[in-house]
Design a binder for this molecule. Structure first.
Ligand code: ADP
Ligand code: MG
Length: 461
C-alpha cells in the first residue's frame, strides 16, 4: 500500500499540474484512494455528483496515469464513499450546521409569494438556459446548489464571466428553484435574498442614514440563501465591502448558502479585500466562458422555437457570426426579428434580417483590414507576409495570395482595383480572377473550403 500511496500522490500531483489549481480544488481534491482489488483501483468521492463528474471528465486521464505508474492496474473504479479532508470553510460550516435544508415540495401559494417578493425574472429558469461547452460547468454548479443547499464544496458558489453570458440568469434560476421547491427542516420555505451589489450598497447606506444598521444586519443574517450579483461593483467601496465581508462570514459560519457573481475570478478582482477574496475562493468557483459559434446557434434555435417563429438556418448562421460577444444582444436581435415578423406577417429571410437589424449589424461590423487578412493567411499557409505582394508565381505562394484576395473582397468594402493595389500593384482583373478561382475550388474541394471558411471565421471574430 505504501507503494500505491506514493504512486497515487504522484498521479494527483500530475493531475493538478495538468488541470490547474482551481479545477483541481473544485473537483479532484476530495478524491481518496480506497484500495486495490486484483487489477482494479478504487477511488472514492463524497457525492454521486462528484463521482459522475470526475468519471466523465477525468476518468480516462486517471486510467492512463495509473497505467503509466503501475501497469498492473487495468481499471480505475470511481465510487461514492469516504470523506476527504474538508476545506477550512467547510470544516467550519459543517461544525455548525448539522444538516442542510431538506427538499420538500412546497405549497403553491407560499411558492408564489416567495417568488414575487424576490423580484426575480420568471424567464430566467434552468429550463430556459441553453447549455454548451462554455457554460456547462457553471450550469452544473448552479443546479447543484439549487438542488442541495450548503452542500460540501459548493459554499460559497462564485460565478464569474463577461457581460451578457448568463450570470444573472443562473442566479435567478437558483432563486426561482429554491423559492419554489424547498422548505427548511422546520417546514418553512427557504428564505432567499437576491440583490445586486449596487443595491446592497444603497441599502446599507440608507440604513446608516436612518440609523438602522442593526436591523439591516439582522435582516440579512436571517436568510437561508444570500445572493449578491455583480460583486465587482463593491471594489473601491471599502465600508460596504467590509459590511459584506462580515455578513458573508456570519452566514457561512452557520452553514447558510452564499452565491456571488462577478465579472472576474476572485483572484483577478483587484481592489477586493484580501480576506474576502480568500473566503470567496473556499467554495466553488465557476466561470462562464465566452460563447462559441455552436452555443450561439443553440441559443438562437431555442429562443426562436420558444417564440414560435420559423427562422431559417441561414439567418441563424448569419446572426451567430455577426453578434459574437454578448448573448443579451444576440437575443435582442432575434427578438426584433420576431416582433417584425409578427407585426408585418412577413417570413424571416436573410434580406429582411439585414434590413431590420441594419443598425445593430453595423455596430457589430468588425472592420477587418487587408493587412490583417494578409497576415493571417500568410501565417496559416506558412508563407512570408512579403509574398502577398511579391511577383512570385509559384503555386505555394500564389494560391494563398488568391485566398487573401478572395477574403479581402468578402470581408472588406474595398474595390477590386484597391485590393489589387494592396497586393503588389496587381490589376483588378487579377483580383477578379482570384475571387472566382477560389470560389470554384471551394466548390470542388471540401477540405480547401473548410480552410477558407476557418480563416474567415478567425478574421471575423
Ligand atoms: P450577465 O449577468 O452575465 O451579464 P445575463 O444573465 O443577464 O448576463 O444574460 C443576458 C441575457 O442573455 C439574458 O436575457 C439571458 O437570459 C440570456 N442568456 C445568457 N446566456 C444564456 C444561455 N446559455 N441560454 C439562454 N439564454 C441566455
Ligand atoms: Mg448580470
Amino acid at each position: 500500500m505504501t507503494q500505491l500511496a506514493t504512486q497515487w500522490a504522484r498521479i494527483r500531483g500530475r493531475l493538478q499540474g495538468e488541470v490547474g489549481d482551481i479545477e483541481y480544488r473544485n473537483w479532484l481534491r476530495q478524491m481518496t484512494l480506497a484500495g486495490v482489488d486484483a487489477d482494479e483501483i478504487s477511488i472514492l468521492l463524497p457525492t454521486r455528483f462528484l463521482c459522475d463528474w470526475v468519471r466523465s471528465r477525468y476518468g480516462d486521464r486517471l486510467n492512463a496515469l495509473w497505467q503509466a505508474e503501475n501497469p498492473a492496474i487495468r481499471r480505475v473504479h470511481i465510487r461514492v464513499g469516504g470523506t476527504a479532508e474538508p476545506s477550512v470553510a467547510l470544516a467550519e460550516s459543517l461544525a455548525t450546521t448539522p444538516e442542510p435544508p431538506q427538499m420538500v415540495p412546497n405549497r403553491i401559494e407560499e411558492r408564489m409569494d416567495q417568488r414575487s417578493e424576490l423580484s426575480i425574472d420568471p424567464r430566467f429558469t434552468f429550463d430556459a438556459f441553453v447549455v454548451g461547452k462554455p457554460n456547462e460547468f457553471a450550469y452544473a454548479c448552479a443546479r447543484r446548489v439549487a438542488e442541495q443547499l450548503s452542500s460540501p464544496g459548493f459554499n460559497p458558489l462564485f460565478l464569474y464571466g463577461g457581460v451578457g453570458l448568463g450570470k444573472t440568469h443562473l442566479m435567478h434560476a437558483i432563486a426561482w428553484e429554491l423559492a419554489g421547491r424547498c422548505t427548511t427542516n422546520g417546514g418553512r420555505p427557504v428564505s432567499v435574498t437576491y440583490m445586486s451589489a449596487e443595491k446592497f450598497m444603497y441599502r446599507f447606506i440608507a440604513a446608516i442614514r436612518s440609523q438602522s444598521t442593526m436591523q439591516f444586519k439582522e435582516q440579512l443574517r436571517s436568510v437561508d440563501v444570500l445572493m449578491i450579483d455583480d460583486l465587482q461593483f463593491l471594489i473601491g467601496k471599502d465600508n460596504t465591502q467590509e459590511e459584506f465581508f462580515h455578513t458573508f462570514n456570519a452566514l457561512v459560519d452557520v452553514g447558510k448558502q452564499i452565491v456571488v457573481s462577478a465579472d472576474k475570478s476572485p483572484s483577478d478582482l483587484s481592489g477586493l479585500d484580501d480576506r474576502l477574496r480568500t473566503r470567496l475562493g473556499y467554495g466553488m468557483v465557476a466561470d462562464l466562458h465566452a460563447t462559441t459559434f455552436e452555443l450561439r446557434i443553440s441559443i438562437l434555435e431555442a429562443k426562436a422555437t420558444r417564440a414560435g417563429v420559423a427562422v431559417p438556418p441561414k439567418v441563424m448562421d448569419f446572426l451567430a457570426h455577426k453578434i459574437t460577444t454578448n448573448v443579451r444582444e444576440l437575443e435582442g436581435a432575434l427578438n426584433r426579428l420576431v416582433a417584425h415578423a409578427n407585426l408585418f406577417g412577413r417570413t424571416v429571410t436573410l434580406e429582411t434580417t439585414q434590413e431590420v437589424l441594419h443598425d445593430i449589424l453595423k455596430a457589430h461590423d468588425r472592420r477587418v483590414t487587408i493587412e490583417e487578412i494578409q497576415r493571417k493567411v500568410a501565417e496559416h499557409f506558412s508563407i512570408r507576409l512579403t509574398d502577398m505582394s511579391s511577383a512570385r508565381r509559384a503555386r505555394a505562394v500564389a494560391r494563398p495570395r488568391q485566398v487573401a484576395m478572395y477574403l479581402a473582397k468578402q470581408l472588406t468594402q474595398r474595390s477590386l482595383p484597391e485590393i489589387g493595389r494592396r497586393f503588389g500593384n496587381r490589376d483588378h482583373t487579377t483580383v477578379m480572377h482570384a475571387v472566382s478561382r477560389v470560389g470554384e475550388l471551394m466548390g470542388r474541394d471540401a477540405g480547401f473550403a473548410e480552410d477558407v471558411e476557418l480563416l474567415r471565421r478567425m478574421l471575423e471574430s
